[in-house]
Design a protein around this ligand. Structure first.
Ligand SMILES: [Zn+2]
Ligand SMILES: [Zn+2]
Length: 334
């Protein structure tokens, strides 16, 4: 099977049309005809080899929505003709402690859709059936892609941290991930404070359900909510003054990061000890939680705010993202 895709051939390279042969379909694998694919910041990080694990040529794209066109004889749960999503992960071992516990996203031998194999900026993509997440019938396919990576990344911490509807929460960075977090937490029932340093986004952020937008560059604005938040989710990948965010937490509050901050985070022990506060992180979420999230989205009509580009305008879309202009997530259409 010949796949027509877009690949970067070197670090920071533009994407170019690139075709490759997919070998024989494995007994537990499915082939998905790509209808839409979201553009995630991790695609840029991988194209640029920011994490030192990119193999070139790389076909990025891991927020895939499409239809199953081929299925191996041992495939379960999905079948040819099903509409499915495929996110950051494309296979798990299915036998380790984590997989057996339903936490496939923590499997040490996970395969990632764009690491050492080719992703969804293509006409077809392959994956293990466990990560081909069946999409609810009523879902808007044109906006569902970003839920499979960005969405589950910010949905999992809400479950993991036991966020309650009565909680007052904060979201740092209102971009691709953060704007979905604001929408989820609003529908969860929480009072949501958004931390953003871009005043131009303020009205849109309030429209998404935040009760207040705090300019994180103004120390006195942070001080005005000192000791009040039960949970803060960081979605940025830059070093911030973490201690000043810890002071906005109520006792027992938690600062949780899903943003891959590359520098060590400076967390003074005394800022945690006095109020029994904690700091944590998490990667994506399990296949079962993906399904739960998608049903929650359909029930409450929660979708990312997206800008659509034709797949062939991929370089224009990546530039738009890199320049920080995306409002708020980009989706490519095949
Ligand atoms: Zn991603
Ligand atoms: Zn496993």
């Amino acid at each position: 099977m010949k796949i027509n895709a877009y690949a970067a051939l070197e670090p920071n390279g533009k994407l170019e049309p690139y075709s490759y042969e997919l070998g024989e379909l494995g007994s537990e694998q499915v082939d998905i005809k790509v209808s839409y694919c979201g553009v995630c910041h991790s695609d840029l990080s991988m194209i640029n080899n920011d994490w030192g694990m990119t193999q070139y040529p790389i076909v990025p794209g891991h927020e895939i929505v499409g239809e199953i066109v081929a299925a191996g004889e041992a495939v379960k749960n999905v079948k040819i003709g099903d509409k499915v999503g495929l996110g950051w992960f494309s296979a798990s071992c299915m036998s380790c402690q984590e997989c057996m516990g339903g936490e496939h996203h923590l499997c040490a031998s996970n395969e990632s859709t764009i690491v050492g194999r080719h992703g969804g900026f293509a006409d077809y993509v392959r994956g293990h059936w466990s990560w081909a997440i069946p999409l609810p019938q009523a879902i808007d396919l044109s906006k569902a892609g970003p839920l499979l990576c960005g969405g589950i990344t910010v949905f999992n911490p809400i479950i993991l941290s036991g966020v309650k509807p009565t909680d007052k929460v904060g979201v740092i960075g209102i971009g691709g991930l953060g704007h979905m977090a604001v929408k989820f937490l609003k529908h969860w029932g929480c009072e949501v404070i958004a931390f953003s340093s871009n005043p131009n986004k303020k009205d849109e952020i309030l429209g998404m359900g935040a009760t207040k937008v705090i300019n994180s560059r103004e120390p006195e604005e942070l001080e005005s909510i000192a000791g009040s938040l039960n949970f803060i989710l960081n979605t940025t990948n830059v070093s911030l003054d973490w201690d000043s965010y810890l002071t906005t937490l109520a006792p027992k509050g938690k600062l949780h990061t899903v943003g891959a901050v590359l520098e060590p985070m400076a967390i003074p022990a005394f800022s945690l000890i006095g109020g029994e506060k904690s700091v944590g992180g998490s990667p994506l979420g399990s296949p079962a939680l993906n399904k739960t999230m998608l049903e929650f989205c359909v029930r409450h009509n929660i979708y990312p705010t997206v800008e659509e580009f034709p797949m062939e305008n991929i370089n224009e879309a990546l530039e738009h993202l890199e320049e920080g202009k995306a409002r708020f997530r980009i989706v490519l259409k095949n």
